[in-house]
Write a protein that binds this ligand. Structure first.
Ligand SMILES: [Zn+2]
Length: 171
């Protein structure tokens, strides 16, 4: 096969020496173009081993990121919130919780009524403060526990008082 160097026209006829278009001397077509492409293939094969190692490392990294990212997502809400609550006034909710627990201990002596009522009041005030001004007051959950403990002991003491009175009337 021959080709013209000026117009790149290819000629299958080996006997043809000049280009039919421009009369340029035809050049024997270089059929040895294959070896250079084979040279290109051999370095590619060695390269193929690198992406396999890299892809494995990338997979490990992606697993690390996959396990780390959820923790990083959860930590910011918990961390600042905990520090946030530490700088707030928890005195009333704490008093409510202590009164609520104490009212349970003293149900037998009918002191559950005043202590339970005090726990509900202090718990209510403390909880409403956290709702109105959450930057200054904290311990909302503690206030709720104090309210519930105080309220339950309050009514339990009343029930004990009523049953005690009925028992006294019958007896
Ligand atoms: Zn030509």
């Amino acid at each position: 096969m021959k080709h013209c160097p000026r117009c790149n026209q290819r000629y299958e006829d080996e006997n043809l020496n000049f280009c039919l278009n421009d009369g340029e001397l035809l050049v024997e077509f270089e059929t040895s173009d294959a070896p250079p492409t084979l040279y290109m293939d051999s370095p590619r094969k060695t390269k193929e081993n690198w992406p396999e190692v890299d892809s494995g490392q990338q997979a490990d990294n992606q697993q690390i990121y996959a396990t780390r990212q959820p923790q990083q997502m959860y930590q910011p809400p918990g961390g600042p919130a905990a520090q946030y609550a530490a700088g707030t006034d928890n005195s009333l909710p704490t008093i409510s919780l202590v009164l609520g627990i104490t009212s349970w201990v003293l149900i037998c002596c009918y002191l559950g009524i005043p202590l339970g009522a005090a726990a509900v009041i202090t718990g209510y005030i403390g909880y409403s403060r956290t709702g109105q001004n959450p930057e200054a007051y904290g311990g909302g959950s503690m206030a709720i526990v104090g309210m519930v403990l105080g309220g339950v002991s309050f009514f339990l003491t009343i029930l004990l008082f009523i049953f005690g009175a009925i028992g006294g009337m019958i007896g």
